[in-house]
Design a binder for this molecule. Structure first.
Ligand SMILES: NC(=O)c1ccc[n+]([C@@H]2O[C@H](COP(=O)([O-])OP(=O)(O)OC[C@H]3O[C@@H](n4cnc5c(N)ncnc54)[C@H](O)[C@@H]3O)[C@@H](O)[C@H]2O)c1
Length: 334
């Protein structure tokens, strides 16, 4: 239930994926009725909480209408996405097809079937582009450097339209680099998961370029908490901003070299770092300012880097490759 004791009917799209599945667990735990829509392109059926209803479907599919008709959802928490930044560069139309047109399909269903509010997983890593201010606040203009970032920004704009014309309320969560249990270590996504997997396998992860590029790493439990307080914000109705657009990050700028050093310390004899060529076009600095989320929703990150890395490390150690197989190629997310 929310902090005011209300049980909601919530649809979580992408609820078989890394972040979405943790949110489903927390919503179920809080007493909400949760349905999941996921086409399992990168998600896993075994990530989905057994107390949630699971619909294996594509968010672009016309069958979404029947899902909404049947579910009578109060809230849509939208995490399904094409999250592969490089794929978005190689095939911007496909990215837009999933991330923009697919989202519009959901928003139209929401409008037709009386959904009150939407929570959108947006990006703080890919939406701002190069900036003059670090940690970057929401007030800075967004200059996305990839079709993926452009699509997320477009969806944010659509949410203004749906609010002003159709009264659909929303909270937009611009995530930094999220890490934690269940993140895919096989693609090119989450650098934390990839580094941990290689270190646990006795290999040295390759650091692209000089390793001084920076990111803002936020632990998945903190992200889940943001999705819980976003429900309160929406239900309360007293929040001034609508859509509310907030950064969900730590404000702490961490270089890839430091990340490597911190993770290596979990091994009895830490390896030396191994460098490869820089990735063309890779953003040099990325760190976002989370103070507005605290001011508006009372959210702030609670899990420090060392604790979060340790929890993630321990999870990968237990989970190991025996139970999880590589999924489709992919996936740098920011
Ligand atoms: N991981 C991060 O650091 C990060 C940062 C910023 C934003 N985000 C956003 O958070 C959300 C979740 O990302 P994640 O890291 O958990 O990735 P993920 O790949 O684990 O989750 C995405 C889920 O969406 C599903 N999906 C993809 N296309 C679909 C479609 N057409 N129809 C139905 N389901 C579909 C996938 O199967 C998967 O389960 C995404 O919207 C992503 O853009 C993630």
């Amino acid at each position: 239930m929310t902090s005011t004791g209300v049980n909601l009917r919530v649809l979580v799209t992408g609820g078989a994926g890394f972040i979405g599945s943790h949110i489903v667990d927390a919503y179920v735990q809080a007493g909400h009725h949760v349905a999941v829509v996921d086409n399992l392109t990168t998600g896993r059926r075994d990530n989905v909480n057994s107390r949630a209803q699971f619909v294996c479907a594509d968010i672009r599919d016309p069958s979404m209408d029947a899902v909404f008709q049947h579910g009578q959802f109060d809230v849509v928490n939208h995490h399904a996405a094409q999250i592969d930044l490089r794929r978005s560069v190689a095939d911007p139309a496909h990215d837009a097809e999933v991330n923009i047109v697919g989202t519009l399909n959901l928003l139209e269903c929401a409008r037709r079937h009386g959904v009150q509010s939407v929570i959108l997983a947006s990006t703080g890593g890919a939406i701002y582009g190069d900036q003059a201010i670090y940690p970057t606040p929401e007030s800075e203009a967004a200059h996305p450097q990839s079709p993926y970032g452009v699509a997320k920004l477009a969806i944010e704009h659509y949410l203004y339209y749906y609010r002003s014309v159709h009264g659909l309320r929303s909270v937009v969560l611009r995530y930094a680099n999220v890490y934690g249990p269940r993140q895919d270590p096989f693609g090119e996504a989450g650098v934390v998961a990839i580094f941990i997997k290689r270190l646990l396998a006795g290999d040295r992860p390759i650091i692209n370029g000089d390793g001084d590029q920076t990111r803002d790493f936020v632990f998945v439990d903190d992200v889940v908490q943001a999705n819980l307080v976003a429900l309160d914000y929406l239900l309360d109705g007293s929040g001034e901003a609508d859509p509310l657009v907030v950064n969900i990050g730590t404000g702490e700028e961490v270089s890839v070299n430091r990340l490597f050093a911190l993770l290596s310390e979990f091994l009895p004899s830490p390896p030396t770092s191994l460098y490869g060529p820089a990735k063309p076009g890779e953003q040099r600095r990325s760190v976002i300012n989370p103070s507005y989320a605290k001011q508006t929703m009372g959210w702030e990150p609670r899990v420090g880097l060392e604790e979060g890395f340790r929890k993630t490390w321990d999870w990968f150690k237990v989970d190991s490759d025996h139970t999880r197989k590589p999924r489709m190629a992919a996936v740098p997310t920011q």
